[in-house]
Design a protein around this ligand. Structure first.
Ligand SMILES: [Zn+2]
Length: 335
């Protein structure tokens, strides 16, 4: 009976023998053996119960971790994982889940950073990544909405300055600016087309990418054609442009071979214009087309091809000196 593990029956039998034949010599040895076997059985039963309880607690920790993961509550998943690991340090499912949590949290950090840096495409890319790691994360649609809202409100500030003559400026084919320039215009972000069309109808265009919060400045030379980023040195070029474009007018007498006409000589770095009382002597030529020479109380204007020439008398020599200084400066700026 002992060998068969029938301990209760064995004990009853031993009690019977003790009553009927108390002097049986094997009795003490058998009773001791019975006690040992009973003790061992209790120990085994307790161990089975303990193992079952531990399995239950592991299952509960696993269930909790997975549930929190599905809710996208990654900090709570980590707490549940710690409990799980304390009960079952090597559980491969727990290790796999821990890696997914780490990856999800990394995606969320990258997402926040991308939003902060106004890189909306990057933010959306990271959300797709998160969706692969945890398709159940209920916050993903809200994260996407945040990107869309930010993008919709996104804008950049655009300025365009001219180095030379004014051109018509178009932003996505719509005229912008005034006098061929754009000053701090708020524009939507993304890809947009800037077109520069000069007075001869010649045009060139550029597709540019505008980022949220960005302030961008360009300069163009419609004769170039050229449209490029504004540089510090362009301040001097624009200042020079203003000087070139400034018109100075002088009262002059146009000397003919016989007699004269009177009028106004207008000089700028763009044009040289004479408005004479004799309309047939008036002209409007580009600065580059003519030369000017000062002689005592008069100036001589001549076309570079040498075909036309005008002799203007000024009221006094100081004005001739002024014109000479002006002309030298304009020549210098035009270079
Ligand atoms: Zn004349």
């Amino acid at each position: 009976m002992l060998a068969a593990g029938r301990l209760a029956e064995a004990r009853a039998e031993l009690d019977k023998i003790s009553r009927l034949a108390p002097g049986t010599p094997e009795l003490a040895g058998l009773r001791k053996r019975l006690d040992t076997e009973t003790e061992e059985l209790r120990r085994q039963e307790a161990e089975i119960a303990a193992t079952a309880e531990r399995q239950e607690r592991i299952a509960e920790a696993a269930r909790l971790a997975n549930e929190q993961f599905a809710r996208g509550r990654y900090d709570d998943v980590r707490a549940a994982l710690d409990q799980w690991a304390a009960l079952a340090p090597q559980a491969p499912e727990a290790q796999a889940l821990r890696q997914r949590v780490a990856a999800a949290l990394q995606s969320l950090r990258t997402y926040e950073l991308a939003l902060e840096q106004k890189q909306y495409d990057e933010a959306l890319r990271v959300l797709s990544q998160l969706e692969k790691i945890n398709p159940a994360d209920p916050a993903i649609p809200e994260f996407r909405k945040r990107v869309d809202a930010r993008r919709a409100a996104a804008s950049a500030t655009l300025s365009i300055f001219r180095l030379g003559p004014a051109a018509t400026l178009l932003f996505d084919d719509k005229p912008v600016g005034e006098g061929g320039e754009v000053q701090s215009l708020t524009v939507p972000t993304g890809s947009h087309k800037i077109t520069v069309r000069n007075s001869q109808g010649r045009q060139f265009e550029k597709i540019l990418e505008f980022i949220d919060g960005q302030t961008v400045s360009f300069v163009y030379d419609s004769a170039g054609p050229l449209l490029r980023d504004f540089q510090e040195s362009d301040r001097d070029r624009i200042a020079a442009r203003d000087v070139r474009e400034q018109v100075r007018s002088f009262q002059v007498e146009h000397r003919h071979t016989f007699g004269s006409c009177r009028g106004q000589l207008h000089i700028s770095g763009i044009n040289v214009v004479y408005e004479g009382s004799d309309k047939s002597h008036s002209f409007n030529l580009s600065f580059d087309q003519v030369t000017l020479e000062a002689r005592e109380d008069r100036v001589e204007v001549e076309t570079k091809d040498g075909r036309r020439r005008w002799n203007f008398k000024l009221p006094d020599a100081s004005q001739v000196a002024q014109i000479q200084v002006l002309w030298e400066r304009l020549l210098q700026l035009g270079k």
